[in-house]
Design a binder for this molecule. Structure first.
Ligand SMILES: NC(=O)c1ccc[n+]([C@@H]2O[C@H](COP(=O)([O-])OP(=O)(O)OC[C@H]3O[C@@H](n4cnc5c(N)ncnc54)[C@H](OP(=O)(O)O)[C@@H]3O)[C@@H](O)[C@H]2O)c1
Length: 239
């Protein structure tokens, strides 16, 4: 996809990977970027670039999504980045953790994609990009709730790709490893910066790479997974 002619929309743009994605899109020459967040006042510094339009979104609220699809009617590139992570195993985590993770990470992506596919199509085509995770490929039991929601979103990504293939809308899945944002604050392990991840994501979109592994951890684990996915499952099961 040609980033320079794109009108992008990034959810969860106020911090972490979303904020870095807005900056990477601007650096790559995007014509316009809708930076979408639950609190628009947290987007003030991004909106100093005249190509940025700060807009409200809660991806779990259908009215918010419908209003944004009307307002951002020129979008050609949707990046479903907003996400939540609750730690906990599938046996012990409370029911509301499943609802929160599936509500944002799965239904949020589904609702945003349904609302914006017609918008992108009307604008002559473009792309939808879903920020998934490496642990969608193989589960780490301590992240059981989150893993399940993201694995479901991976399946959704594949279904969307097939459903939209005849409508000039490409669908990309992004599978980051550990990234240094609030989401993993307090978890001590090697992490990639959100800026490096965002640059790799934008490069992957512009090179039409359907499945993007945007950091060294995810790229090497993907190679191992392709050779022996059961070995990766067993490795993750001990973590
Ligand atoms: N960090 C990692 O290691 C890692 C690895 C793989 C994949 N990812 C994925 O990357 C994406 C971004 O994560 P991050 O690391 O940047 O995490 P983060 O720093 O915790 O940021 C999460 C973002 O999502 C937004 N958000 C959450 N629920 C929302 C909702 N209902 N409506 C709109 N926005 C909502 C948050 O907004 P508020 O500020 O309003 O809460 C925030 O902007 C997520 O999908 C995450 O699963 C992260």
């Amino acid at each position: 996809m040609n980033i320079e002619q794109s009108v992008a929309l990034v959810t969860g743009a106020n911090r972490g990977i979303g904020r870095a994605l807005v900056q990477a899109l601007l650096a790559a020459g995007a014509a316009k970027v809708y930076a979408a967040a639950r609190s628009v006042e947290k987007l003030n510094d991004l909106a100093t670039d005249l190509r940025v339009v700060a807009v409200p979104i809660d991806v779990t609220d259908d009215r918010s999504i419908t209003a944004l699809a009307k307002r951002a009617a020129d979008v050609t590139l949707l990046i479903n980045n907003a996400g939540v992570l609750d730690f906990g195993s599938v046996l012990d985590a409370p029911q509301n953790a499943f609802e929160r993770n599936f509500g944002t990470n799965f239904y949020g992506v589904l609702s945003m994609s349904r609302a914006f596919a017609p918008v992108i199509e009307r604008n002559g085509g473009g792309a939808i990009v879903n920020i998934l995770t490496l642990v969608a490929l193989a589960s780490m039991p301590g992240l059981g709730v989150y893993n399940a929601s993201k694995a479901a979103a991976w399946s959704l990504t594949q279904s969307l790709r097939a459903a939209l293939s005849g409508r000039k809308i490409a669908v990309y899945g992004v599978f980051p490893g550990a990234v240094d944002t609030d989401m993993l604050a307090g978890v001590e392990m090697p992490k990639t910066s959100p800026e490096d991840v965002a640059r790799s994501v934008v490069a992957g979109i512009s090179q039409c790479v359907e499945d993007i592994f945007p950091d060294p951890m995810s790229a090497s684990l993907y190679e191992a997974w392709k050779k022996d996915h059961k070995a990766v499952e067993k490795q993750f099961a001990t973590m």
